[in-house]
Design a protein around this ligand. Structure first.
Ligand SMILES: Cc1cc2nc3c(=O)[nH]c(=O)nc-3n(C[C@H](O)[C@H](O)[C@H](O)COP(=O)(O)OP(=O)(O)OC[C@H]3O[C@@H](n4cnc5c(N)ncnc54)[C@H](O)[C@@H]3O)c2cc1C
Length: 273
C-alpha cells in the first residue's frame, strides 16, 4: 500500500489553465500547460486518462477525464458538466492552478492495426479520446473513418474532420446529420457502401458499446471498447470500478482504471442493464 501511495504522489503534477471554452451546451474544453507535458507527450497512449484533483476538499475523489489531445504544448480535456467536480472545473480561468495525475490506464492497442483502416465510433463525451487516437493512427499512415453520435448539438466534428478520411455524424433528435444512433448509421452505411475495417475502436455510453459489440460480432470485426465506470482511487487499489471480463474460460473482476479502460469487446461480460 505504501508503495502505491508514493507512486501516486510522485505522479501528481500541477499545471496552469491556458484557456477554457464552452464547446456546446454543458460541454467544455480546458487547455492546460506545464513543464510536465514534455514527459506526458512522450509517454501518453491514446485512450488514457488523467485524474483531476479538485480544489474543494469536500470532493474527495479525483475525477477521471480522457486525454483528448496534446497539442502546441497544451493538454486538452473535453468534459461535460454533470456534478460538483466538473462544475468546479468549468469555473477555472486562465492562470489557475490545476492538479492532475500523469496518464493512467492502458489505452488502445494499436499493434493490431499496423496498416489498412480503422473505424472509430464515439458517443458524446466518449469522443474526446478518439481525437488523440485519430491523430496517432494518422501519424502511422492508417486510414480512419469516424462515426460520431450525439443526443443533440455535436462538438469536435471539425477537429476530427481535419484528421480522419471520413466523418459521419448522427444525432438522436435528427438536428444534425443522420437521425438516430451510431449503430443504426453504421448499419445504413454498411448496406449502402459496405463496411470494412481492420480494427474498430470505440468509447461512449455502455448501451452504445454493447449494441456495437453485437454488430461487430455479427460482422466479425475486431472491436476495442473504452469503458467508463465510476472510479475511486484511479490506480487499482480500491476496486471501485471493477467489471466482469471473460478470460481463460473464467469471468474475472478487472479494474477499469488499471487493467482498462480499454478491453476487447469479446471479453467484456455485458450484463443486462
Ligand atoms: C476512464 C474515464 C474517462 C472519462 N473521460 C471523460 C471525458 O473525457 N469527458 C467527460 O465529460 N467525462 C469523462 N468521464 C466521466 C467523468 O469522470 C465524470 O463525469 C465525472 O467524474 C463526474 O464528476 P462530478 O463530480 O462532476 O459528478 P458527480 O457528482 O460525481 O456525478 C454526477 C453524475 O455523473 C455520473 N458519473 C460520475 N462519474 C461517472 C463515470 N465515471 N461514468 C459515468 N457516469 C458518471 C454520476 O453517476 C452522477 O449521475 C470519464 C470517466 C472515466 C472512468
Amino acid at each position: 500500500m505504501c508503495r502505491d501511495k508514493e507512486w501516486v504522489q510522485k505522479s501528481l503534477v500541477t499545471g496552469r489553465v491556458a484557456g477554457q471554452e464552452r464547446l456546446t451546451g454543458d460541454v467544455y474544453r480546458i487547455r492546460i500547460q506545464g513543464d510536465f507535458l514534455e514527459d506526458f507527450s512522450r509517454e501518453v497512449k491514446p485512450g488514457q486518462f488523467v485524474n483531476v484533483y479538485m480544489k474543494d476538499r469536500s470532493t474527495l475523489l479525483p475525477r477521471p477525464v480522457s486525454i483528448c489531445r496534446i497539442q502546441s504544448g497544451q493538454l486538452e480535456l473535453v468534459y461535460r458538466v454533470v456534478g460538483k467536480g466538473t462544475r468546479e472545473m468549468a469555473g477555472y480561468h486562465r492562470g489557475d492552478a490545476i492538479r492532475l495525475s500523469s496518464p493512467l490506464g492502458n489505452g488502445f492497442d494499436l499493434s493490431c492495426c499496423q496498416s489498412g483502416s480503422a473505424l472509430l465510433v464515439g458517443g458524446g463525451v466518449g469522443i474526446p479520446p478518439l481525437l488523440q487516437l485519430a491523430g496517432e493512427l494518422n501519424n502511422r499512415g492508417i486510414r480512419s473513418m469516424a462515426v460520431l453520435g450525439f443526443q443533440r448539438e455535436p462538438f469536435l466534428i471539425q477537429e476530427m474532420e481535419k484528421i480522419c478520411d471520413k466523418v459521419l455524424v448522427a444525432t438522436e433528435d435528427g438536428s444534425f446529420g443522420f437521425a438516430g444512433n451510431v449503430v443504426q448509421l453504421i448499419e445504413k452505411e454498411g448496406q449502402e457502401k459496405g463496411l470494412a475495417a481492420d480494427q474498430v475502436f470505440s468509447c461512449g455510453p455502455k448501451p452504445m458499446l454493447k449494441a456495437l459489440a453485437d454488430l461487430c460480432r455479427e460482422r466479425e470485426l475486431p472491436l476495442q471498447v473504452s469503458l467508463e465506470e465510476r472510479m475511486g482511487c484511479g490506480y487499482g487499489a480500491c476496486v471501485g470500478c471493477a467489471v466482469d471480463i471473460k478470460q481463460d474460460g473464467k469471468i474475472q473482476r478487472k479494474a477499469v482504471c488499471k487493467d482498462g479502460p480499454v478491453f476487447l469487446a469479446e471479453e467484456v461480460f455485458w450484463h443486462a442493464e
